[in-house]
Unconditional design. Structure first.
Length: 416
């Protein structure tokens, strides 16, 4: 995009030309950034499995800030440049700009992007319902369409036929990927596998395991450590895709998730009944056995982040002592699937330790010295880590202080 701008830029020292040049560059970069953001969230398996869904989400959030900044710069520079060029005031220039259909469309797209940005801001995001945030976020598609209508008639794209063709092709390819992986694939999987709830098991206070069966489930090629986005087709759950990791090794005809009541939707999962139809999109996630580089592995889980760790604890190949699981919780009551973990540890001769207590006191369960004492060969192991954001950050810091290179810490942040 910078090259396309440079080829067509006309050197000038006039103020209106300089402002227009800056507006053109920021607009091209913003348009390209919007396409990249949509691609990151298209749920393309090759990207999801290679990078990880949580990393993609962070890139998407960071990219959103850059795009909004570039869009703001584009609007401001273009308006000031037009004001200088026409010799009018900013208000009059703004009214004149809205008289052009393509620019009016771009203005509407900008307002929609601004709305998405406001609702996605951290201070606002935690104050709105997930459904509201998701609905507003979908306006990004409309905003991108309106921006595209502006871009293809602008001088930077329309001025070069080859660039206009390339720009349109990039957008078309991303649209195809979005429709395929977010619409066609889920519908095809639903019709092919006919997933349904077959059992609900209480695992502890506010915690249930949901067993889901279907036809040819093995053809989903799910792996321990991965997650699906689940839609349970009940009156109050069908509209929301809930991301839950597999909490047991995938079987030929069944999958299992374990859910802790943390909000309205997770509480409703506890009231599911056998026979409820399920739409599952996935599998997603890159924290699988393919990330392994060492014979010895440490699994470190916090809270409900134990679910993918439990599946890996069961399935990762290894001899006695090769696999060790550390489970972080504030109290014994918060330990999920404890009986299963202990049975797996005995059956595989694997290590299992509970890191209990508050991190605010003198005794820090994630202290580097404690981790090294529990796992003496810690620095020689691969580490798979999953838990709430705060716990994950603290654990990565502690592991690095204990001698584990960051390249061997494979993490996935659990947040619902």
């Amino acid at each position: 995009m910078t090259g396309a701008w440079a080829v067509q830029a006309m050197p000038s020292t006039r103020l209106d030309a300089l402002l227009a040049t800056g507006a053109h560059l920021s607009g091209l970069l913003a348009g390209y950034g919007m396409v990249v953001m949509l691609l990151l969230m298209a749920r393309v398996p090759a990207i999801e499995h290679g990078v990880g869904a949580d990393v993609l989400a962070r890139w998407h959030a960071l990219g959103g800030r850059y795009v909004l900044t570039l869009v703001g710069a584009h609007v401001l520079l273009a308006l000031l440049g037009f004001t200088v060029y026409t010799g009018t005031d900013v208000v009059s220039a703004g009214r004149a700009v809205l008289g052009y259909p393509a620019l009016a469309a771009a203005t509407a797209g900008t307002l929609l992007l601004l709305l998405v940005g406001v609702v996605s801001a951290r201070i606002v995001r935690h104050r709105v319902r997930h459904e509201t945030w998701r609905t507003v976020h979908l306006l990004t598609y409309l905003a991108t369409s309106l921006a595209f209508a502006h871009e293809v008639v602008g001088p930077d794209v329309s001025g070069l036929p080859i660039l206009a063709w390339l720009w349109s092709s990039i957008h078309a390819q991303v649209v195809v990927l979005l429709l395929w992986y977010r619409c066609v694939v889920p519908i095809r999987q639903t019709l092919r596998h006919r997933l349904r709830v077959v059992d609900i098991r209480t695992e502890g206070p506010g915690v249930v395991s949901v067993v889901i069966a279907g036809d040819r489930v093995n053809e989903l090629h799910a792996q321990a450590g991965q997650f699906f986005r689940w839609r349970f087709l009940t009156r109050r759950l069908w509209a929301t895709a809930l991301p839950f990791s597999l909490s047991a090794s995938p079987q030929a005809d069944t999958l299992r998730i374990t859910v802790k009541a943390l909000g309205d939707h997770t509480r409703r999962v506890r009231r599911l009944r056998p026979g409820v139809r399920v739409v599952a999109t996935g599998p997603f996630g890159a924290m699988t056995a393919h990330r392994r580089t060492r014979r010895k592995v440490l699994l470190l889980a916090g809270g409900v982040g134990i679910t993918p760790m439990r599946a890996l604890f069961e399935t990762l190949p290894g001899g006695p002592g090769d696999i060790v699981l550390l489970y972080r919780a504030n109290s014994p009551d918060e330990l999920v699937l404890r009986h299963e973990l202990e049975a797996i540890a005995v059956g595989r001769q694997a290590g299992l330790h509970y890191l209990l207590g508050s991190s605010l006191g003198e005794h820090n369960p994630l202290a580097p010295a404690l981790l090294s004492r529990l796992v003496p060969d810690l620095a020689e192991r691969d580490v798979f880590l999953c838990g709430p954001p705060g716990m994950t950050t603290a654990a990565v810091t502690a592991l690095q202080k204990a001698g584990v290179p960051k390249s061997r810490i494979h993490s996935e942040t659990f947040a619902f």
